[in-house]
Design a protein around this ligand. Structure first.
Ligand SMILES: Nc1ncnc2c1ncn2[C@@H]1O[C@H](COP(=O)(O)OP(=O)(O)OP(=O)(O)O)[C@@H](O)[C@H]1O
Length: 291
């Protein structure tokens, strides 16, 4: 295991937005899936050491992040955010060399991510969106990190370019935590996935199982939104506008299967090889819920 969140609660000021999250970043890729505002980026920031938990802890190599040498950590764990994060005034070659301070390595890195080294002198706006995203990946790889934390690395790209970037990431081999609202993306890159709703993990398990047979109605709604690659946020039978419930199951006001029992918060429990927080998981698994 590379990193771990143990009972982590994260807040901005006094407002908690991620609640009691426990998850391991282990080999094979880990996906964090949820719609806009579910807390994915907030959790990514905590894994990058940019936001401190108000409860629980984040560990790296088994040690609390607060005790880890940040110089070592900052190289080992690299963010891959959207290409808009590139400095517009800097040539892409300089951007790539920024972390490693090794200009000589730039051509090889550019080739590694499928970019012509002749483009090194260009500014980001002189490249296509897909090329810019490759620059962001090359910049992260320049320091030979142990783990990449990828936040919606392909959502700004059209579907064919998106597929090529996913192919590139598949080939890179560095361990990854991948954040996305798109289940199809984690299907390619992550062995294990966690589904986040309103700052809580509602389902965790092998990505293949989550995609094939979701156990939580929210995962089901996300999965059924998959054909709209990079498209709109998922809807659960037209009730997507409802705010999360403050008591009981947070999804219950949007859930087509909600019953009075859902007014009490469901415990996380093991069902069919995954961990799910839903009173109705067995019903979802039978497939009846999809009709
Ligand atoms: N700097 C901030 N200050 C206060 N609240 C914030 C801040 N950043 C995010 N939030 C709030 O925290 C919650 C989670 O936001 P977060 O950006 O983590 O979600 P997300 O799942 O990554 O969404 P998206 O896919 O849109 O990026 C939201 O309610 C958001 O409004």
């Amino acid at each position: 295991m590379i990193m771990r969140a143990e009972g982590v609660t994260l807040a901005y000021g006094r407002t908690p937005v991620v609640h009691d999250v426990t998850l391991d970043i282990s080999a094979g890729g880990v996906g964090l899936i949820g719609e806009s505002g579910s807390g994915k980026t907030t959790l990514a920031r905590a894994f990058l050491g940019l936001l401190k938990p108000v409860r629980g802890r984040i560990t790296y190599g088994g040690r609390d992040l607060r005790e880890v040498d940040m110089k070592v950590f900052r190289k080992a764990v690299q963010p891959v955010f959207q290409a808009e994060s590139l400095d517009p005034r800097m040539s892409v070659g300089r951007s790539i060399a920024e972390g490693s301070r090794d200009r000589a390595a730039v051509p090889a890195l550019m080739e590694e991510v499928g970019l012509d080294p002749a483009l090194a002198g260009r500014k980001p706006h002189q490249l296509s969106g897909g090329q810019r995203q490759r620059v962001v990946i090359a910049r992260a790889l320049a320091v030979r990190p142990e783990l990449l934390i990828l936040d919606e690395p392909t959502s700004a790209l059209d579907v064919t370019v998106q597929a090529r970037i996913l192919g590139l990431l598949e080939g890179v081999g560095t361990e990854r935590l991948l954040i996305t609202h798109n289940l199809a993306v984690v299907g390619r890159l992550c062995r294990t996935s966690h589904v986040l709703f309103a700052g809580r993990i509602v389902e965790s398990g092998p990505t293949e199982d989550l995609l094939r047979r979701p156990a939580h109605p929210y995962t089901l709604a996300l999965r059924d939104a998959v054909p709209k690659l990079g498209g709109e946020p998922p809807v659960a039978r037209g009730r997507a506008e409802s705010a999360p419930a403050e008591t009981g199951c947070p999804f219950r006001l949007r859930c087509p299967l909600a019953v009075p029992e859902c007014e009490s918060a469901p415990e996380r429990r093991e069902v069919a090889g995954r961990t799910v927080a839903c009173h109705r998981a067995e019903l979802v698994l039978t497939g009846l819920a999809a009709r």
